[in-house]
Write a protein that binds this ligand. Sequence first.
Ligand code: SF4
Ligand code: SF4
Length: 135
Amino acid sequence: MSVFIPLGVLDDAVIRKIAEISGENAGRCMQCGTCSAVCPMVESMQPSVRQLMLLLQHGQSGAALEASTAWTCAACHTCLVRCPRGIDIPRVMEAIRQMVLRENLDRINPRGIPAETLAAVPPIALVAAFRKLTA
Ligand code: SF4
Ligand code: SF4
């Protein structure tokens, strides 16, 4: 953990764990918005990538874990390439997903997927979704 961590955030165990898993310090984010501007998935995210980093900076771990952002991230790495702080945002996203999945909280119910959807979706996409979205 380096500089720029706002007061109070260090007391948030979840934020510390996300930093530990990802190896990234969200406190280094300067809120420039470049990540949101270049993210191909941003219109499907709530909140945006930049806003997610802001939640982490302010110790809003509950909101960060409940946000759709990390689950919508396609791990394309565009934000990582463009971030002026060099923050590996996809790793932060992965850490947030791990925090949820470690609690055995699945994001999808495989048994709830309609048969017609299972028949239409490529198997490799289903496997990728199950690996990403289930504990
Ligand atoms: S591009 Fe980097 S510094 Fe800018 S808002 Fe996104 S995470 Fe923060
Ligand atoms: S890695 Fe995720 S958050 Fe970053 S630009 Fe790609 S989809 Fe968006």
